[in-house]
Design a binder for this molecule. Structure first.
Ligand code: ADP
Ligand code: MG
Length: 556
């Protein structure tokens, strides 16, 4: 068994680690620590969240620092203020018995004056968020001449949040940097680019499964005529009643106008754009973070650096001009292992650009349809009723009013009450959508397909470059449909469901056709040749204590 001693750490560090209760090094620590202690120049460490990456770079740094000169020698860059504080606290624990090492945190949203004073006292390790660090560099408040080690922690998150230029600026401004260590949970292509440009033959260590991009994100697009963009946006929001979403526009004016329009129509939304003062901006951000706002609409510049947990949907009101911006935008959802959806409203002329983005993100984008009015109404209706049923009545401050309530409703049946509730909540909504038209652009083939399957708008098409009509008409062309008793009720999203069935059966995505998910069941179109393998791998298996049933729907 590998121990911390065997990795080459000194006694002071070993003592501190054992006092913390760390018994054995984690895999990334086992692999990274000896390499980094050896004075390896450049290093890339890929491992999932929670695998102890802080110690993997923090311990070697503490051992490599030269305490005889009190000047910054190591720079740790991380995406958020919270993370910055967390890293400093952890390193402080590690250096408990290692005297004479200074560590300083610098991050935005706190007094820069105090941080400048801290830096002036002299320090060895600076842990920083990119924006604040650049501010300090430009004020000449930090000495970077002696920086030997630069650590980029959560590099993928930093790139998602739009910090690419900032990171490059920082790397360019550390002229005597000897070693660059990059840690990340995923390996998107931009990280490759940064590492090619700023690192020399990095040693790369991967622990566990690492994705090329974020597989938790389901990328969807909706093809509508430009004049229907706004209406399509509204429908997408209405079709997802529990949405906690971030909407992107290209211009300030769009962000502002759409926010105003939606607010007038009763939506819980505000805009973030460059014309806001800092206090205004903080106020909007605070409200969104506290979920007092359900939707935030922003330009790319204004949204830069926003880190909010739990965003369910990112909506591109328009595609960005710059392809890389798509990754920054979509990366705001699907964080920390949660599923997320990135929706783009596009015009048919933009399909080519969308294809390029698809290649860059290395994920399949699913063409979906803007739901029709009836679907939206049904969805809202069910959502409201579910909420009504879930309402907690166990601790009623309203108890005093119950007798009055009972008296008032004494002569009305439960059915009538329910109808009245429904009418009060939905009449306006139903009227609005009653005559709502179809917003989708359909080409010839799609039109035909749609007339066949008009009732069901939740289909999605998976598998690039195949003739979709062929799959759809099915019968003799090599595809069949599998039934499975798993659905959205089991907590699956399309993307996570897809990943689940593929992982279980060890098949590749391109054997699949359309996936149709319902609450309780799903239907999977699959190459006939692969169907048996999938059934064998999944049918009869256990899912959260329930037996999975999977069979060929066409031969039932
Ligand atoms: P990551 O940066 O990979 O997401 P962290 O460095 O934040 O992970 O570590 C996650 C948690 O695991 C922290 O609470 C840390 O103190 C703890 N930890 C790290 N290494 C070990 C270890 N070898 N044994 C036990 N706990 C550890
Ligand atoms: Mg970490």
């Amino acid at each position: 068994m590998t121990t911390f001693q065997s990795l080459g750490l000194n006694d002071n560090l070993i003592k501190a680690i054992s006092e913390l209760g760390f018994e054995t090094p984690t895999q990334i620590q086992q692999k990274a620590i000896p390499i980094l202690l050896n004075g390896t120049k450049d290093f890339i460490g890929l491992a999932q969240t929670g695998t102890g990456k802080t110690a993997a770079f923090g311990l070697p740094l503490l051992q490599l620092i030269d305490t005889s000169k009190k000047i910054p020698q190591a720079l740790v860059i991380c995406p958020t203020r919270e993370l910055c504080i967390q890293i400093v606290n952890e390193i402080l624990l590690f250096k408990k018995h290692q005297k004479g090492i200074g560590i300083t945190a610098v991050y935005g949203g706190a007094s820069i004056g105090l941080q400048i004073r801290d830096l002036k006292k002299g320090t060895h390790i600076v842990v920083a968020t990119p924006g604040r660090l650049i501010d300090l560099i430009e004020r000449n408040a930090i000495t970077l001449e002696e920086i030997e080690y630069v650590v980029l922690d959560e590099a993928d998150e930093m790139l998602n949040m739009g910090f690419q230029d900032d990171i490059e600026f920082i790397l360019k401004n550390t002229p005597n940097r000897q070693s660059t260590w990059l840690f990340s949970a995923t390996m998107p292509s931009e990280i490759r680019r940064v590492s090619k440009k700023y690192m020399k033959e990095p040693v790369e260590v991967t622990v566990g499964k690492v994705n090329t991009g974020n597989k938790n994100i389901d990328h969807q697009y909706f093809v509508v005529p430009a004049q229907h963009r706004y209406e399509a946006l509204k429908r997408l929001i209405d079709f997802n009643p529990g949405i906690y979403g971030l909407i992107f526009t290209r211009t300030k004016m769009d962000a502002q106008q759409i926010a105003e329009k939606l607010t007038r129509e009763g939506y819980d939304i505000d805009a973030l754009h460059g014309d806001l003062s800092q206090p205004q901006r903080d106020k909007v951000m605070g409200q969104f973070r506290d979920k007092a706002l359900q939707l935030l609409i922003a330009t790319d510049v204004a949204a830069r650096g926003i880190d909010v947990q739990g965003i369910t949907h990112v909506i591109n009101y328009e595609l960005p001009d710059d392809m890389e911006v798509y990754t920054h935008r979509s990366g705001r959802t699907g964080r920390a292992g949660q599923a997320g959806i990135c929706m783009s409203i596009v015009h048919s002329r933009e399909l080519g650009r969308l294809k390029q983005m698809e290649r860059m993100v290395q994920a399949t984008f699913h063409r979906s349809e803007v739901p029709d009015g009836k679907d939206v109404c049904r969805k809202q209706f069910i959502y409201f009723m579910d909420k009504l049923l879930e309402t907690d009545i166990s601790q009623g401050a309203y108890a005093n009013y119950l007798p009055i309530l009972e008296e008032k409703f004494a002569h009305i049946s439960k059915e009538t009450v329910l109808q009245k509730v429904a009418a009060a909540e939905f009449d306006r909504f139903l009227k609005y959508y009653e005559n709502a038209g179809d917003l989708n652009i359909r080409d010839e083939k799609r039109g035909q397909r749609n007339s066949d399957f008009n009732r069901n708008k939740s289909h999605e098409y998976i598998g690039k470059g195949r003739d979709r009509n062929k799959i759809f008409n099915d019968g003799n062309n090599g595809f069949t449909r599998l039934f499975v008793n798993l659905g959205t009720k089991d907590g699956f999203y399309k993307a996570s469901f897809l990943q689940y069935i593929l992982d279980m059966s060890d098949l590749r995505k391109d054997v699949l056709g359309k996936i149709d998910m319902k609450e309780m069941n799903s239907w999977i179109e699959i190459d006939k040749k692969a169907a048996h393998q999938m059934i064998r791998a999944i049918d009869g298996k256990n899912f959260k204590g329930r037996r999975i049933r999977m069979n060929d729907a066409n031969s039932r």
